[in-house]
Write a new protein. Structure first.
Length: 261
C-alpha cells in the first residue's frame, strides 16, 4: 500500500477521504496523490487551492504528496486512474445516496470500483477516519473473486492487528451453496495461515428485504465494525438486485467504510 490516490472535489466528503488516506499513509508509509478534475479554464486556480489543502492537512506529517489537476470528463479520467498500476489503493469520498457532488450517484461509484484494477476504500461524509481497522466484516459470497478480496485485505489487517469476521445470513429453507462454503473455507484458511484472527458468524435472516445489505449493515453497526469488505461485481442470476445491494453498502448512512476489491 505504498501509493494512494485520493480524488478530491473540495467537499466535506472528500475532505473526510483525505483524512482517512492520511491515516493510512502514516501507518503504511505511503505516498499520496490528490487528484482534482475540472474544466481547463479552472485548472490553475484549483492547483493553487489543492496546494493550500496539502499545506493545511499534510504539514508535519512527513508524507510525500503529489498534486494532479486534470481537465476532462470526471468518470472517464477516474476510470483511467483507477486502472493505473502506479497506485495500490484509492480512497473515495461519497455523499450518501447521491454519491459525489460532481454528478456521481451510487451506480457511478459502483461502476468505478467494479472496473478498478486496485482496491478502493469508500468513505462517507459521516465516517470517522481511523488509524487502524480493528474489526473487519466480510459478507460471505460465492463470487470467484472472494479469495482475492481476502488477499487484498492482508496488509491492512496485519497493520491493524484486526479481527476478520466472515458473515453469512441464512434464509429459511435455503442451503448455502457449495461455492460459498468453499470460498469461506479458503478465506478462513488464508487468514489463519497469516496469523490473522478470523471467525465465522451465521445469522438467520431477520430483515424484511430480498437482499442482504440491510441486515449486514445493521450487524456491523451494532457490533461496531470499522470496515466492511465486499466484492463489487455481482455473482449469481439476480445481478440487478445484487447491484442495488452493493450500492446500498457504498452509500450507507451508518458511516461505515467499505473496502472493494
Amino acid at each position: 500500500m505504498n501509493s494512494i490516490l485520493v480524488p478530491f472535489d473540495f467537499t466535506p466528503a472528500t475532505e473526510k477521504a483525505l483524512q482517512q488516506a492520511l491515516e493510512i499513509a502514516q501507518t503504511h508509509e505511503s505516498r499520496l496523490t490528490l487528484l482534482h478534475i475540472c474544466s481547463e479554464k479552472d485548472m490553475l486556480q484549483k492547483q493553487e487551492q489543492l496546494n493550500e489543502v496539502i499545506e493545511k492537512h499534510g504539514k508535519g506529517t512527513g508524507i510525500s504528496f503529489k498534486v494532479w489537476v486534470k481537465g476532462g470528463d470526471i468518470l472517464e479520467i477516474l476510470e483511467q486512474e483507477l486502472s493505473n498500476r502506479e497506485f495500490t489503493l484509492a480512497v473515495l469520498g461519497t455523499h450518501g445516496p447521491k454519491g459525489l457532488r460532481q454528478f456521481f450517484f451510487g451506480s457511478d461509484i459502483l461502476d468505478l470500483v467494479r472496473n478498478s484494477n486496485i482496491p478502493t476504500l469508500v468513505v462517507q461524509e459521516q465516517t470517522q477516519p481511523k488509524a487502524a481497522f480493528r474489526k473487519i466484516l466480510m459478507p460471505a459470497g460465492a463470487h470467484q473473486s472472494y479469495l482475492h478480496l481476502a488477499e487484498s485485505l492482508l496488509q491492512l489487517a496485519q497493520k491493524s492487528l484486526a479481527e476478520v469476521v466472515l458473515y453469512d445470513i441464512r434464509r429459511p429453507k435455503e442451503d448455502l451453496s457449495d461455492e460459498l462454503l468453499s470460498n469461506r473455507k479458503k478465506a478462513l484458511d488464508f487468514f489463519d495461515h497469516h496469523e490473522i484472527h478470523c471467525r465465522i458468524v451465521e445469522e438467520p435472516s431477520t430483515a424484511v428485504s430480498f437482499g442482504f445489505a440491510k441486515q449486514t449493515l445493521l450487524f456491523a453497526e451494532q457490533n461496531e465494525f470499522d470496515l466492511i469488505a465486499i466484492v463489487p461485481a455481482a455473482s449469481g442470476e439476480y445481478t440487478s438486485i445484487a447491484a442495488a445491494e452493493k450500492e446500498r453498502f457504498l452509500s450507507n448512512e451508518n458511516g461505515i467504510a467499505i473496502w472493494c476489491a
